[in-house]
Design a binder for this molecule. Structure first.
Ligand SMILES: N[C@@H](CCC(=O)N[C@@H](CS)C(=O)NCC(=O)O)C(=O)O
Length: 221
């Protein structure tokens, strides 16, 4: 039977991206089934996922018949199946990595909600309002202070689940408002993250797809 990751379109499924990335980074072998979550076929396709996974969403990992749903659970599972090195050893650093992951997983989408993951691949990007820029800059300052505090190459020292969790937000923010010299560590962290081969692989494939337009991007009704 093997291991199957039900994921989504490269330019539309930020949650699947995270789960896929954790499995890849831990060298876990798996087969991928891409579920087309574009409208209108989205609903019928996700109904099919709902036949074996309660949230009827992607990603879902089917590990030889054992179903694990939710990106965060899949990421933790991938880490434990692999080298278990995607969370810091130190208890407080580990809690901080989990805090950033949980923030992303719960309410981080409220930061510039009109900047969806999909919008990162639009050829005609909108200019951000001053308020939107301020929201993003506030986050850049938080990330800058965190990188400084842990003193490593990534958000919490070494590469961790927190970095993987934040990659799609890094993509959606940086494609509209790059960090500059005011956040030098964040700028370098972005480059490091975006240069990772598996991150590149997913994003290169995403860029070759037809953009998925969502309402609200240009404050349209
Ligand atoms: N908390 C879930 C969210 C997954 C999610 O929202 N996935 C989207 C695609 S990226 C989806 O399938 N949505 C279906 C829906 O909201 O009905 C996770 O982290 O896996």
């Amino acid at each position: 039977m093997g291991r199957i990751l039900y994921s989504g379109n490269r330019n539309a499924s930020s949650w699947a991206f995270r789960a896929w990335l954790a499995l890849k980074e831990q060298n876990i072998p798996f087969r991928e089934e891409i579920v087309d979550i574009r409208r209108p076929q989205r609903w019928q396709n996700l109904e099919g996922i709902g036949e074996f996974s309660p949230p009827a969403a992607v990603p879902v990992l089917d590990d030889d018949g054992y179903i694990i749903f939710d990106s965060l659970a899949i990421m933790e599972y991938a880490n434990e199946l692999g080298n278990n090195d995607l969370l810091p050893d130190d208890i407080q650093a580990r809690a901080k990595a989990r805090a950033f992951s949980a923030w992303q997983h719960s309410t981080f989408g409220r930061v510039c909600p009109c900047l969806s993951f999909e919008s990162a691949f639009y050829p005609d990007k909108k200019s951000l309002s001053d308020d939107e820029k301020r929201e993003i800059e506030k986050v850049y300052s938080i990330w800058e202070g965190t990188i400084e505090q842990f003193g490593g190459d990534y958000l919490i020292g070494n590469y961790s689940l927190a970095d993987i969790m934040l990659v799609p937000s890094v993509v959606r923010f940086s494609s509209h408002h790059q960090p500059d010299h005011r956040w030098p560590k964040t700028e370098t962290w972005f480059s490091r993250l975006l240069d990772r081969p598996f991150v590149r692989e997913w994003l290169d494939e995403a860029s070759r797809l037809e953009p998925v337009y969502l309402p609200g991007y240009r404050n349209d009704p």
